[in-house]
Design a protein around this ligand. Structure first.
Ligand code: NAD
Ligand code: UDP
Length: 325
């Protein structure tokens, strides 16, 4: 195969997918972005539309897709709790049927396929930090189950297509990632706090803010994803990708207020059901197999870049998810 590959990015118009598309187009690959725009909009990839090696296809991954490709990054799935709980049945279908369709495409084309899995497969973890060997603590009937169990089922499909059909797969478990092009109304903590702070509105802390998360800047994450795709066929994962710095949500709120200079007050709101108490990745495996990969961007620096982007956008250009059955 020549150095130029034909690459599909599902969910390619989303926050992470659009950065992957940008990077892969920049490397000269022939990139096909597949998206149904449930949680994104064309503006995320508008700057790529006039490139001869970029193509945008409006398609829902719950339906089969016939293309000739060498690699597939399967990123399609609503990722923010508010978005994935909007239509939980559709979320489960996107993870499971999307995985089956992309694995089928990979099998037919003998393509390599990478699954964007999540730290949510660990649920509300009893092991801390989380290693890939930990099997998780997920409530199968709770409000987060449509996402967590859908992603767990997708991992199962990926390893079974690999074992049974020799499909060349990769699985990455992504921990909370943030940066420019997050949807300002996705309800995730970084986008919410920045949007609220820039409007000098109250910062909504769910619970007492003592729950923790580890925040990875999007460029660091995309670097890890691409290294995993290009890495050895002997290491298919799952592998954790995330930043090891762990912060309470209250610390994040205080940092956003400091960096924006906002006059906002922090107000406590009820903690959503099944909200994980602690989360931090053990990235020993990623460092070992992905050429020493580790995040380079401290939270303060990543937040400054993200805040700078949020200052440039017009909120009227963004809408909440459309009903998507
Ligand atoms: P996002 O919502 O910005 O992107 C998801 C994209 O998938 C959107 O463009 C959306 O329109 C598209 N999509 C949704 N359902 C689809 C369908 N049925 N068919 C076609 N397209 C569909 O979210 P993101 O943060 O960029 O997440 C990308 C992937 O990474 C997701 O699979 C998510 O589960 C995973 N992930 C992200 C994070 C994070 O912190 N950002 C953490 C863990 C896992
Ligand atoms: N959170 C919060 N205020 C908000 C949005 C989220 O305190 O306005 C909390 C949420 O309860 C959770 C953490 O921030 O404990 C991260 O939430 P997010 O939705 O970003 O991601 P996830 O829970 O999936 O890690």
């Amino acid at each position: 195969m020549s150095g130029i590959k034909r690459i599909v990015v599902t969910g390619g118009a989303g926050f992470l997918g659009s950065h992957l598309c940008e990077r892969l187009v920049g490397e000269g690959h022939d990139v096909i972005c597949v998206d149904n725009f449930f949680t994104s909009q064309k503006s995320n990839v508008a700057h790529l539309l006039d490139k001869p090696n970029f193509e945008l296809v409006r398609h829902d991954v719950t339906h089969p897709l016939f293309l000739e490709v060498d690699e597939i990054y399967n990123m399609a799935c609503p990722a923010a709790p508010g978005h994935y709980q909007f239509n939980p049945i559709k979320t489960m279908k996107t993870s499971v049927m999307g995985a089956i369709n992309m694995l089928g495409l990979a099998k037919r084309c003998r393509a390599k396929v990478l699954q964007a899995s999540t730290s949510e497969v660990y649920g509300d973890p009893e092991e801390h930090p989380q290693r890939e060997t930990y099997r998780g603590c997920v409530n199968p009937v709770g409000p987060r189950a449509c996402y967590d169990e859908g992603k767990r089922a997708a991992e199962t499909l990926f390893v079974d297509y690999h074992r049974l059909n020799k499909v060349n797969v990769r699985i990455v478990r992504i921990f909370n990632t943030y940066g420019p092009r997050m949807h300002p109304y996705d309800g995730r903590v970084v986008s919410n706090f920045i949007r609220q702070a820039l409007a000098n509105e109250d910062i909504t802390l769910f619970g007492d803010g003592s729950q923790t998360r580890s925040f990875c800047y999007r460029d660091d994450l995309c670097e890890g994803i691409v290294r995993m795709m290009n890495g050895s066929d002997d290491f298919i994962g799952p592998v954790n990708l995330g930043n090891q710095g762990e912060f309470t949500i209250r610390q994040l709120a205080e940092l956003v207020i400091e960096l924006t200079g906002a006059k906002s007050k922090i107000v406590e709101r009820p903690l959503p059901a099944d909200d994980p108490t602690r989360r931090r990745p053990d990235i020993t495996l990623a460092k070992k197999h992905l050429d020493g990969w580790e995040p380079q961007t401290p939270l303060r620096e990543g937040l400054e870049k993200t805040i700078a982007w949020f200052r440039t956008i017009n909120l009227k250009d963004y809408r909440a998810p459309t009903p998507n059955y």
